[in-house]
Design a binder for this molecule. Sequence first.
Ligand code: NDP
Ligand code: 8X3
Length: 251
Amino acid sequence: MAMTTLVTGATSGFGAAIARRLVGDGHRVIAAGRRADRLEALKLDLGEALLPLVLDVTDMVALAALPGSLPEGWREIDVLVNNAGLALGLGPAQEADIAHWDRMVATNVTGLIHLTRALLPGMVERDRGHVVNLGSVAGTYPYPGGHVYGATKAFVKQFSLNLKADLIGTFVRVTDVEPGLCGGTEFSTVRFEGDSARAAAFYQGTQPLTAEDIAETVAWVTAQPRHVNINRVELMPTCQASGPPIVKRQG
Ligand code: NDP
Ligand code: 8X3
């Protein structure tokens, strides 16, 4: 059955790949992000099945008003993909820019919960819906410099599991998709504030996941029959693993 999906952060990386994949699979997509030109380019490529929506997920007023402000015929959202998010910095916590921490929390946590809260009542009323959140392996395995970014993704994981508990008895599903190292997106360029050489070096000698791998995962979890809820999907490239706890020895 064709679904209407709202994908945040559709101007780049995972979000754009998810929009392309779902439209390719015969669904309709509301593609949201701040960069209008990118959304218009996506619309040119994908046609009438795509509705561009300029949206900043840190704008709480816009999020609360969203369901009623969508054009007629686009208001019944079956799937919300909370993908917009970012990491800023990779230095030690004691040297981090507090403004970076605030922005990660505002985008990855506050924006995500406000948009979810705005769309959930409609899903519950229709007894049909799916919230797919973009978590990260960083929400499970700590790494140096991951501090607030990892903590926001741990929040996303637990929020997803708790939402599922509240939605029991409905056919509204919740999934947390938790990727590891993924290349070919703007994630590291944003993290290193436009330093594309440093961003490229981060992936050197690896074969990371791609945005299409994540789109494939989202397509799979949302295509399950309605009695199947995929709670969490953790995926890493073959070249990545989680390590033992760090021990600093003297001498
Ligand atoms: P990109 O930087 O390529 O894409 C991030 C998207 O988020 C952009 O489309 C950007 O759009 C959007 N965005 C950022 N801030 C806002 C905002 N305030 N309002 C609306 N949209 C916003 O990164 P990825 O595609 O790699 O990452 C997507 C998600 O996946 C993120 O949540 C990230 O944490 C997570 N993730 C990424 C991994 C990776 O290694 N790449 C691994 C695991 C998880 P615009 O600037 O136009 O608003
Ligand atoms: C991003 C994954 O490992 O680059 O969420 O922090 S990692």
